[in-house]
Design a protein around this ligand. Structure first.
Ligand SMILES: [Zn+2]
Length: 111
């Protein structure tokens, strides 16, 4: 990164695409707002994460985080402004977008 970019970042820090929040329980809330990744947890156990598709199509995406799920994701970083999920999210229906959530940013995959 060159010095100007670094300086720019220092003056104008990047706003995250996704901000993380938690709710108590095993299900993420019905109503989600864009730019939010909501994780349902009971105590230490993370159940599921939900977000609105970041492409703007408005579809709800729900990801299982529990150990027992066959297809599951892991919340690698639980930082409020820089959540990271693993693996990527690939929508098989609707907009069919494919993206990573890394450090609060949406990283689009070109497939
Ligand atoms: Zn979409």
């Amino acid at each position: 990164m060159n010095i100007f970019k670094r300086l720019w970042r220092r003056i104008f820090p990047r706003q995250p695409d996704l901000e993380l929040s938690f709710v108590e329980g095993d299900t993420p809330p019905e109503n989600l707002s864009p730019g939010h990744l909501v994780v349902a947890r009971e105590g230490d156990e993370l159940w599921a994460a939900a977000l609105l598709c970041p492409c703007g199509c408005g579809e709800r995406i729900e990801l299982a985080l529990i150990e027992e799920a066959t297809t599951k994701w892991r919340l690698v970083s639980e930082e409020r402004l820089s959540p990271t999920l693993h693996p990527s999210v690939w929508r098989k229906t609707g907009c069919r977008n494919h993206f990573w959530v890394r450090s609060g940013m949406i990283v689009w995959c070109k497939d």
